[in-house]
Ligand binder design. Structure first.
Ligand SMILES: Cc1cc2nc3c(=O)[nH]c(=O)nc-3n(C[C@H](O)[C@H](O)[C@H](O)COP(=O)(O)OP(=O)(O)OC[C@H]3O[C@@H](n4cnc5c(N)ncnc54)[C@H](O)[C@@H]3O)c2cc1C
Length: 304
């Protein structure tokens, strides 16, 4: 990779758009227009955090140090379909919904199960986004990443440690994902896409400011009476509901009445309200069931 490439334009005190619509700014942000510019940011030795669509992100009110790297540029937005192999390459900054629409219309199945999940391709891969109908790792053939030394690498799916809402790609910048999709009648794929969207509209408060599920669904370490046997993965939303947290408020943050695992931010809410509410919900669930909830939402806080 050419490390002599032109330095990116550095934005200072830059707003960080997130779906919560709250939180602090970035001391420095770049909107990368090439892989070289990402490598340049890594080469500064500062902490580099990658911003996708901000749909699973909460930035502390004090803002964030280091470099925030956004991939929302034409360089990382492309989607290419190979009609013979059915392989699809998508830039990490591409909008997941656009990718699903393009592949569904092309009669390629696999990604439509992610209908209704707001994400960039990179954010969806990093989080192994998914739900009731499937997860993105089921369609991945490989990814291209920039490592902590600023080198470009390709990892095939077998080299990636995907798990529930994790990819094991922490510390790497995903620049492209390659999907192996399955040919199927476009109308059938589109109908499944619509069903997934409908399900989400019915069950989640999509009009509110949230980051989707605040907590991962926990695996029970011990059998919990009325909840499930040891080793089973259970719904965090159900535990939160049964612990009496629905409607609980902290400042401008509220546990949604529609879905207990969604924390919503009202006008004037601070990131601190959401963090304190998450802590309180986790405490109540632990007191009631002895189950520790782990955050699904990524929280960025200043290190210095
Ligand atoms: C209304 C709503 C509904 C939701 N429903 C679901 C759901 O059903 N299932 C689900 O899984 N999630 C759901 N989410 C959460 C969210 O959509 C996913 O986690 C999504 O994958 C986040 O993608 P993003 O691009 O917004 O990532 P961001 O929120 O911007 O970032 C999330 C993490 O990914 C990292 N990241 C982002 N891009 C890259 C990259 N290129 N390289 C390396 N790291 C990167 C960030 O650094 C951060 O750690 C929902 C969110 C909302 C607001």
């Amino acid at each position: 990779m050419n490390m002599m490439a032109v330095e990116p334009q550095i934005l200072t005190d830059a707003p960080i758009p997130t779906w919560y619509g709250v939180g602090g700014r970035a001391d420095r942000m770049i909107v990368a227009e090439s892989e070289e510019q990402i490598a340049w940011a890594i080469g500064t030795g500062e902490v580099v955090r990658v911003l996708g669509e901000g749909a699973n992100l909460l930035v502390d009110d004090d803002g964030i140090d280091g470099f925030v790297v956004s991939l929302r540029s034409a360089a990382f937005d492309r989607i290419e379909i190979d009609p013979r192999s059915h392989l699809v390459r998508a830039g990490a900054g591409a909008d997941l919904r656009r990718l699903i629409t393009v592949t569904s219309n092309a009669g390629l199945a696999g990604l439509e199960v992610l209908g209704g999940i707001p994400a960039s391709v990179g954010g969806a891969v990093c989080m192994n986004a998914g739900g009731k109908f499937g997860q993105i790792s089921q369609s991945i053939a490989g990814v291209r990443v920039i490592d902590q030394q600023g080198r470009l690498q390709r990892l095939s799916v077998g080299e990636i440690e995907f798990g529930y809402r994790r990819s094991g790609l922490d510390g790497l910048v995903i620049v492209e994902a390659e999907f192996a999709l399955v040919p199927e009648e476009a109308a059938t794929v589109r109908a499944r896409f619509r069903d997934c969207m409908e399900y989400k509209k019915r069950t989640q408060p999509l009009a509110e400011n949230s980051a989707g599920c605040a907590f991962k669904n926990p695996t029970l370490l011990e059998t919990v009476e009325g909840i499930g046997p040891a080793g089973s993965r259970v719904s965090a939303g159900r535990l939160i509901d049964l612990a009496g947290c629905k409607g609980l408020c902290m400042g401008g943050a509220e546990v949604s009445q529609v879905h207990g695992n969604f924390l919503t931010a009202h006008r004037g809410a601070r990131a601190r309200d959401l963090i304190e509410l998450m802590d309180e919900v986790a405490r109540r669930v632990f007191d009631r069931f002895g189950v520790r909830l782990e955050r699904e939402v990524v929280v960025w806080s200043r290190r210095t």
